[in-house]
Design a protein. Structure first.
Length: 166
């Protein structure tokens, strides 16, 4: 009987080796972060609430930094960027870049899907736990994870401050 082969999971995909998972993760996450930097940047450019603008400066900067670091690591490992933003997510660009929606509405929309930070970040923390050989990528991702926690904390705290009082 063949020895059971260890498998690796990222989001809803299974991989036969750590390297395969790492290469896919770096490309997928790079793409997601680059897109986040774009639509949050479009929002920042038209935001009216000074405290939203200020926070978005850091948040956007971080997302772009993550995209750049992930791409650099992907290339270092011999990969090339391939993932594209799914069609259905492109609407977010229109939404966040539109003045038809207030800063408060946009903040509320993001806050509503970030209520449970560790659950939201599980796709990343679970992948990190599976990385054993590539310590370099592992710590790159672990330190990005810390940034993501800071971003979520800012979104939730700002929403608490700015949300319409019942
Ligand atoms: Fe991010």
């Amino acid at each position: 009987m063949a020895a059971s082969q260890k498998t690796y999971r990222y989001k809803d995909q299974t991989f036969g080796s750590e390297r395969e998972m790492v290469m896919h993760l770096l490309d997928d996450y790079r793409c997601v972060e680059g897109f986040a930097a774009q639509y949050l940047g479009a929002w920042k450019a038209i935001s009216k609430e000074a405290c939203v603008t200020g926070g978005l400066r850091t948040v956007c900067g971080r997302e772009q930094l993550h995209a750049d670091l992930l791409e650099a690591r992907l290339r270092e490992l011999g990969g090339t960027p391939q993932c594209k933003v799914p069609e259905e997510r492109l609407a977010e660009m229109d939404y966040y870049g539109s003045e038809d929606h207030s800063d408060i509405e946009k903040l509320g929309k993001i806050a509503s899907r970030l209520q449970e930070p560790e659950k939201v970040l599980q796709f990343l923390s679970q992948a990190i736990e599976q990385i054993d050989e590539d310590r370099d990528t592992r710590e790159l991702l672990a330190t990005i994870l810390d940034d993501e926690r800071s971003t979520i904390q800012w979104v939730l705290a700002s929403w608490e401050d700015l949300k319409p009082q019942a």
